[in-house]
Design a protein around this ligand. Structure first.
Ligand code: ADP
Length: 159
């Protein structure tokens, strides 16, 4: 049986911290699906189409990385794509507190779904999509925090 893992998130936008995590997780599994979880109540900076395109372009050379998206429950999506593992990143204690409960509930929702946590690489652990969005809205330069293609796209957009 193939070892498939889902790395879920909003990726609004994807940062170098996310990319680092995916590239560290990829050798551990046969396939890693980077999946955008869509919450219809939430307002995003980038459209789903833009986020999907950007993820595709960032990971086009990463052989066992695929891109997906889903609505509603992450656990349900994992079952649908045959993933037994969920990847999450831990930057600090608040990530841990938040992730711990979700992981315990997910393993009940999708029987045996195993969450795998990777500790953020120190040089990226201060980076969050939330702060990148604030910098974008304030007209600042986000190039140290996001892949090149994303910085280019964001610099051309009006917010
Ligand atoms: P969400 O919308 O679920 O908060 P994000 O897109 O912000 O999702 O992040 C998805 C996952 O990536 C989370 O597990 C988060 O902890 C992790 N992550 C975000 N930024 C970093 C980073 N700089 N280094 C490592 N992991 C990160």
């Amino acid at each position: 049986m193939k070892k498939i893992a889902v790395f879920p998130g909003s990726f609004d936008p994807i940062t170098v911290g996310h990319v680092d995590l995916v590239r560290r997780a990829a050798p551990l599994f046969d396939k890693v699906i980077v999946a955008i979880g869509v919450n219809s109540q939430k307002k995003y900076l980038l459209s789903l189409e833009d986020r999907l395109d950007l993820l595709e372009s960032v990971f086009k050379k990463d052989k066992n990385v695929e891109i997906g998206h889903y609505e509603k429950l992450t656990a349900r999506y994992c079952q649908k794509v045959g993933a037994e593992f969920l990847i999450r990143g831990l930057r600090n204690a608040s990530d841990f507190d938040y992730e711990k409960t979700i992981s315990q509930m997910n393993s009940v929702l999708a029987d045996g779904l195993e969450s795998v946590f990777l500790i953020a690489t120190p040089k990226y652990s201060h980076i969050s999509s939330t702060l990148v969005r604030e910098i974008v809205k304030g007209g600042g330069d986000v190039s140290p925090f996001v892949p090149k293609a994303i910085a280019k796209k964001l610099s051309k957009m009006k917010f």
